[in-house]
Design a protein around this ligand. Structure first.
Ligand SMILES: *[C@@H]1O[C@H](CO)[C@@H](O)[C@H](O)[C@H]1NC(C)=O
Ligand SMILES: *[C@@H]1O[C@H](CO)[C@@H](O)[C@H](O)[C@H]1NC(C)=O
Ligand SMILES: *[C@@H]1O[C@H](CO)[C@@H](O)[C@H](O)[C@H]1NC(C)=O
Ligand SMILES: *[C@@H]1O[C@H](CO)[C@@H](O)[C@H](O)[C@H]1NC(C)=O
Ligand SMILES: *[C@@H]1O[C@H](CO)[C@@H](O)[C@H](O)[C@H]1NC(C)=O
Ligand SMILES: [Ca+2]
Length: 858
């Protein structure tokens, strides 16, 4: 798997008329891009020579800007007004020169459980165009479509990234074959000839038999470029075809009954294309029927076009009609004849658009986003450019270590594949609010992802919050998981509450209606959702809201009448804390008191008789039966039973969940027997060989670096004045379990949650979601600048004296002043921008003599 850029491979030069039209779709966004660029100049200017940066800015803006000049100067101010005159002087602007895109390793975390999507997409694009594999029988599911082994089954337009459970999407697919195609319904999957290759914006798969497929994507459309091998001249077998199978979708082979289903489809063909829709349901979030429209155009006119339909592999019709629909498998075959020219194999490019609204709109997306005959390589380049301008360049550093840079930018990239910005593409309701789908899930994202998204993508973040509230307005509840326009599945609490509170307490206002935001949170906190009868946890709803609310409201704890009772109680407490913080800000004193009180109810789930390591540690979160009793003998803190949907603890040990009350740390430390015991208990988490059920991959530690419930744990030493241990443990985890290779993530990426944990570690900070607190660790770089979405606001984090072995904090300066606390708040550093200067070294220096991080509910 290489980092091969396709850039130079396309011989066709950009055509003059293409410049105007190809960039026109960006015009709506120009204001944002321009602001971003100004920010980059400020952020990077000190690191690179001003002349170099300015020339890049000038030329790329020259490409983008087609709006009247007055609009330019309004948006950008006077400082860069000379880019307009440059445009006037230079009618053929130089192409964008990527500076960071090559650092992105799309294969980071695709294997070893990471399940990252390696295909092509825009940041939060609707289209995520990638390969779909049929893994070797019985091995695994291809969650993101990709799998390193097995057979290639298709190339489809929609994917999730980093999920587990059961695959979702893998729809609107094309598959090229060579030979006499007698039955398109039979299994045509073949192995790869060589491993896939990818670079940011570009993907290439080489199939056994000689066909290659390359992919490029815009927001709602993409190009598939099929190159067919030259064949011998046996006309009866030679032929190149592209199969469009509407019934195709990613399958689940785990037998949990939560796979996807094809429901019905429709396809209509013409001389060089097709349009129609497919309806599907199921998948991990147990989605109801949903419909996606598509439109495909081939740039080469086929010699023959045939629709087909059938059941299973039995063909019932083939050719003879231009339109076919129904609940049978339906599709079409486009045949291009044989390629006999050995030096110039036949390349067939197709443009595909998708829409949740209509096939007509899907076709329009092609027109507006991929102008006629736009070279494949041009789309690749514009995708690179968008990522670089809107995402990658928000972080800059003078660091030159290639491995570190690849890790940094690949992790940032991996954070912004999902969710999907589906504004204007919501089939369920009309609204002036933005619309985002594919939140998979807030349970994964709320800890470290959304707080980082806030900082690096403030515009998207505000839209995402508005969308989350709008989903409550129209669907009745905020989502925890959401995909295919359908809420589901809730693993713990109603964690959108945490995300909303985090935005609120950090001053995110903009166009968010916070009174509605709070109402949405109150709905989660007060209204038990209707049971969706999830066969994996039939006791209460897993669709949305808080299924175990009746116990929580009546008793202040959750009994074993409900599945996942202990882990849900832990999260409900945090959710109620989130409500209290928003209530406080909105001046709702009664609600503030009520929910802050409820946030302490995790204490009711605490059993002082539960103990570990022969009584070395006593007191753990434990299940209570319907009479309210803790188990006898007490719960073993190192066992979570099946640790899944029906168990008392979901996907983590009692030992891990017992550290969960981040809003009430003083009480937690008291419950654990004081600071010394607390530190010893934390250290135990990282001691190899201490968990009988622990993964050998992670030295059988109690701490599981591969899953979200323990994300904050390595940083909690700060609450007991042992910042040195925070640095030691968190750095070790990041350095040991993360890299930019295919196995570079310790667990499911979970929509970029895992990557965000790594980026925080590199920054030397960790957020406590729902509060303004950031715990201080130790940064990786001698300098790193975050641009906060406006030219004047940056956060610059510097360090001196650090090395790969010497990274303990010696001293810290915040905005130029000595800082003796091992935490800081949003207002200290991020609100207006600022600087954080570290002196690092080999010694464990006691520099954090100031007050401990706040414990809000104590
Ligand atoms: C062409 O291929 C068909 C099917 O494999 C075979 O039966 C036939 O003999 C071949 N003809 C020639 C001329 O090779
Ligand atoms: C193969 O195609 C190229 C480009 O179209 C052409 O120049 C060349 O003459 C062709 N060769 C044969 C053997 O047809
Ligand atoms: C894409 O960008 C590269 C430089 O990064 C350039 O060499 C290549 O010509 C561009 N391709 C197209 C089709 O514009
Ligand atoms: C989201 O998509 C809409 C419609 O395409 C677009 O107008 C908006 O700018 C996008 N949001 C961001 C933050 O890019
Ligand atoms: C459990 O122990 C802690 C720490 O000693 C104490 O504060 C708490 O009140 C105890 N809880 C119960 C229910 O006895
Ligand atoms: Ca996970």
């Amino acid at each position: 798997m290489g980092d091969v850029s396709p850039g130079g491979k396309d011989p066709s030069p950009p055509q003059p008329e293409f410049h105007a039209s190809s960039w026109s779709f960006r015009d709506e966004q120009t204001g944002k891009l321009k602001k971003r660029w100004t920010a980059i100049v400020v952020a990077v200017g000190v690191l690179l020579t001003t002349t170099l940066v300015t020339s890049v800015v000038v030329h790329s803006c020259g490409l983008m800007n087609k709006r009247p000049r007055s609009a330019h100067s309004e948006d950008r101010g006077s400082s860069d007004s000379d880019s307009d005159s440059s445009q006037d002087r230079d009618e053929t602007p130089k192409p964008f020169v990527p500076k960071l895109a090559h650092l992105v390793q799309p294969f980071m975390g695709v294997e070893g459980g990471g399940n990252t999507f390696p295909g092509v997409c825009m940041p939060y694009g609707v289209v995520k165009l990638g390969i779909d594999m049929l893994p070797p029988a019985g091995v695994a599911d291809a969650y993101s479509g990709y799998y390193p082994r097995g057979r290639v089954k298709g190339f489809s337009m929609m994917h999730e990234s980093g999920t587990g459970g059961a695959p979702k999407y893998g729809v609107v697919s094309q598959y090229p074959v060579t030979g006499a195609l007698e039955n398109p319904l039979v299994d045509h999957a073949v192995a790869r000839a060589v491993p896939d290759e990818a670079a940011l914006g570009w993907y290439k798969a080489s199939l056994e038999g000689g066909i290659t497929v390359e992919l490029a994507a815009s927001h709602h459309a993409g190009i598939l470029k099929h190159t067919f091998p030259a064949m011998a001249t046996n006309a009866s077998v030679a032929g190149n075809h592209v199969i469009v199978d509407v019934s195709y979708h990613l399958q689940s082979f785990r037998g949990q009954g939560i796979g996807q289903n094809y429901v019905e489809g429709s396809i209509k063909v013409d001389s060089n294309g097709y349009e129609g829709y497919g309806v599907y349901n199921g998948g991990w979030n147990l989605g109801e029927n949903w419909k996606i429209y598509f439109c495909g155009k081939f740039r080469t006119i086929p010699v023959q076009v045939r629709t087909f339909s059938g059941t299973g592999e039995v063909l019932e019709s083939y050719g003879g009609t231009s339109a076919i629909s129904g609940t049978k498998r339906v599709g079409a075959v486009f045949s291009f004849g044989a390629s006999r020219n050995i030096t110039h194999p036949l390349a067939v490019e197709s443009d595909i658009g998708i829409s949740f609204i209509s096939a007509e709109k899907a076709c329009k997306f092609i027109q507006s986003e991929i102008p006629p005959n736009q070279p494949f390589g041009t789309l690749v380049n514009s995708t690179k450019q968008t990522w670089e301008e809107e995402v990658l360049s928000t972080v800059s550093t003078a660091e030159t270590d290639d491995a570190k840079l690849k890790l940094l930018y690949s992790a940032i990239y991996g954070m912004y594949i999902v969710p999907s910005n589906r504004t204007g593409e919501n089939p369920k309701w009309e609204s002036s609010e933005p619309y985002y789908d594919d939140t998979f899930t807030f349970w994964d994202l709320f800890r470290s992802h959304t707080p980082l998204m806030h900082i690096s993508q403030p515009g998207r973040y505000e839209e995402y919050i508005r969308s989350t509230i709008d989903i409550w307005r129209h669907d009745g509840y905020t989502p925890d998981g959401r995909s295919s326009n359908f809420n589901g599945r809730v693993q713990g609490g109603s964690n959108a509450d945490n995300v909303l509170a985090d935005a609120y307490v950090k001053g995110v206002r903009g166009r968010i209606n916070w009174e509605d935001g709070f109402k949405a949170m109150v709905k989660n906190a007060e209204m038990t959702p209707e049971n969706n009868n999830d066969q994996m946890a039939p006791d209460s709803s897993t669709k949305e809201g808080r299924g175990a609310l009746p116990d929580w409201l009546e008793r202040g704890y959750i009994t074993t009448k409900y599945s996942r009772s202990v882990s849900r109680a832990s999260e409900y407490a945090l959710n109620d804390f989130a409500l209290s913080q928003v209530a406080k800000g909105l001046g709702k004193t009664a609600e503030y008191d009520k929910y802050l009180g409820r946030s302490r109810n995790w204490r009711n789930q605490w059993d002082n008789n539960s103990m570990a390591f022969g009584g070395e540690f006593t007191g753990f979160l434990s299940p209570r039966d319907i009479s309210g009793n803790f188990p006898t003998p007490p719960q073993d803190p190192l066992s979570c039973g099946g640790c899944y949907w029906r168990d008392a603890y979901y996907q983590a040990l009692p030992f891990e969940y017992s550290f969960g009350a981040h809003h009430d740390m003083e009480t937690l430390i008291k419950y654990m027997g004081g600071e010394e015991k607390f530190v010893a208990r934390l250290e135990k988490m990282f001691e190899p060989g201490q968990s009988p059920t622990g993964s050998p991959r992670f030295g059988k530690t109690i701490f599981n670096p591969g899953n979200e419930p323990s994300f904050a744990t390595p940083y909690l030493f700060n609450y007991a004045g042992r910042q040195d241990l925070t640095v030691e443990k968190s750095r070790y985890i990041a350095k040991t379990y993360y890299n930019s290779g295919p196995q570079g993530l310790p667990g499911n990426s979970d929509a970029g949650a895992m990557q965000s944990w790594l980026v925080w570690n590199m920054l030397g900070l960790y957020p406590i979601t729902g509060t303004t607190t950031f715990l201080i660790a130790s940064p990786w770089f001698s300098d790193l600048t975050l641009s906060l979405g406006s030219p004047s606001k940056t956060v610059k984090i510097t360090s001196t004296g650090g090395s790969e072995t010497d990274f303990f904090v010696q001293s810290v300066k915040l905005n130029g002043n000595n800082w003796d606390k091992n935490w800081l708040s949003w207002g200290d550093l991020f609100e207006k921008g600022g600087t954080l200067e570290f002196v690092l070294g080999a010694e464990r220096t006691k520099w954090d003599t100031g007050e401990r991080p706040p414990s809000f509910a104590t």
